[in-house]
Design a protein around this ligand. Structure first.
Ligand code: BES
Ligand code: ZN
Length: 460
């Protein structure tokens, strides 16, 4: 392929430098001290798109702006693709566990290490470069394109759905393409058939007006840490099932075909366990590890805080205890309904001797895709062409909150093809992206755009 040779011969090193510039911007959307940095990353995306030849602008929202790029020269007969990604990243703490600083990208052992390398700057970048290469080598694109990169995915996309609703004509498309996920294994690309949804709550239990001497007051004043522990303990039964009444009511059992497909994947349980460094794996009885991750809902404690946790002992009765609890959801669970069920449950378990406060932090609908249709088949063929092997169909335990909204509001199928690898440390210290996937990813996307333009998706 001519584009491939050009790419390898002349541009790859420059691409890497540009990606590193992007990765150097500390666009941590959760942190107010990084507000300017986050906006700067949005502007970086706009500048890239404009230089490539797209009409691009930074559109303000109540939070971080949306980088929007458009190219509509392919005409009415050609399909229109919406490419979605995010330029914001997760916080980097704990910093001391990073081998190299999170915003000083570095290549070691064929991996690009930096916060955002996989999630999602590195993957969004692949689309920007594929468009740039096509426009540069041909002066036009085979498809019409709208690129939407947001800066708030990692904080739950609070301003995106209103934007999508308000601009549904401008965002109208035949398919949505997203690269913000992982392949099944090295050398084994995958297309996603599911994402879990999310319902994330913060629970606070308060008792006395301040911390108290645990000898003078303990036993007579309710202990918020212990109340919280009993709430946390009540979230599951001995089978590892979520014990919140009503939690499973809306869960749609998966069809046997999908379960068989999951079972047929060459999943190495031991390697998975070794990879996370756990002494054992565990979860809901009656389901395999991949089923537990992809097609079953969960309820997990993400953080706990109470009392004295410093060096040595301090005999104190804490005034307050806090837990962050997130439920990952599967079709057709509704995040608001799950939040309501959890509220009710906590209300039942907590004694009325303490004050209970519950705040809802994030929400997102689960998504289940139909792995068929011309766009899906084109993605399959492009991955096969680039990686030399057929992609497998996989689920994903993580969430991309806007995906089901895209399908609902825009009426277009979403194709999730990710280029990160398992163990790439998204959200964790030492996040990395495989260096060779910069090239392979761009090659895949060049091929995909071309296939969609010819209207011959499976050819080749
Ligand atoms: N890129 C991830 C989603 C993901 C994670 C896909 C792992 C494939 C593998 C995305 O940026 C993400 O982290 N989403 C958050 C959403 C939340 C902040 C509302 C998540 O899943 O926790
Ligand atoms: Zn993420």
């Amino acid at each position: 392929m001519g584009d491939r040779t050009d790419l390898i011969g002349t541009r790859l090193e420059a691409f890497r430098d540009e990606l590193f510039d992007f990765l150097r911007i500390p666009s941590v959307s959760a942190r107010s001290e990084h507000r300017d940095d986050t906006n700067r990353a949005g502007q970086w995306v706009v500048d890239q798109m404009a230089r490539a030849g797209l009409e691009a602008e930074l559109v303000g929202t109540e939070g971080h702006p949306i980088a929007l790029g458009e190219w509509r020269g392919a005409g009415d007969d050609a399909p229109t693709l919406l490419i979605y990604g995010h330029y914001d990243v997760q916080p980097v703490e704990p910093l001391h566990l990073w081998t190299s600083p999170p915003f000083e990208p570095e290549v070691r052992d064929g991996r690009i290490y930096a916060r955002g390398a996989s999630d999602d700057k590195g993957q969004l970048f692949l689309h920007l470069k594929a468009l740039e290469v096509l426009l540069e080598t041909r002066g036009e694109l085979p498809v019409n394109v709208v690129v939407l990169a947001e800066g708030e995915e990692e904080v739950g996309s609070p301003n995106l759905l209103p934007f999508v609703k308000a601009h549904r004509e401008r965002l109208a498309c035949d398919a949505v393409l997203i690269s913000d996920s992982q392949m099944f294994a090295p050398g084994r690309p995958s297309l996603l058939f599911s994402l879990r949804g999310l319902s994330y709550l913060e629970i606070r239990i308060r008792s006395a007006a301040s911390d108290l001497h645990s000898g003078s007051y303990g036993g007579a004043v309710p202990n918020p840490a212990q109340v919280l522990a009993s709430i946390v303990g009540s979230l599951h039964d001995e089978q590892g099932r979520v014990a919140v009444p009503g939690f499973y009511d809306a869960v749609v059992e998966w069809d046997q075909e999908t379960r068989d497909e999951i079972r047929s994947l060459p999943f190495d349980e031991e390697a998975f366990q070794a990879g996370v460094g756990a002494r054992a794996l565990g979860g809901e009885k009656g389901f395999s590890t991949l089923e537990r991750l992809w097609i079953r809902p969960t309820c997990e404690v993400n953080g706990l805080l109470s009392g004295y946790t410093g060096e040595g002992a301090k005999t104190v009765l804490p005034a307050e205890a806090m837990a962050k609890v997130s439920c990952r959801l599967v079709p057709d669970q509704d995040p608001d309904e799950v939040a309501r069920l959890l509220r009710e449950h906590v209300g039942r378990v907590a004694p009325d001797t303490v004050e209970v406060e519950i705040r809802e932090l994030h929400r997102g609908h689960p998504w289940r895709g139909r792995p068929d249709g011309p766009y899906f088949q084109a993605a399959r063929a492009a991955l096969r062409q680039a990686f030399g092997t057929d992609p497998v169909l996989t689920g994903e335990g993580g969430s991309i909150p806007i995906v089901s909204d895209f399908e609902r509001v825009l009426g277009a199928p979403v194709i999730l093809l990710g280029f990160a690898l398992p163990g790439c440390n998204m959200h964790a210290p030492n996040e990395w992206f495989p260096a060779e996937h910069v090239e392979l990813g761009i090659i895949t996307l060049l091929d995909l755009y071309q296939r969609l333009g010819t209207g011959d998706p499976e050819d080749g």
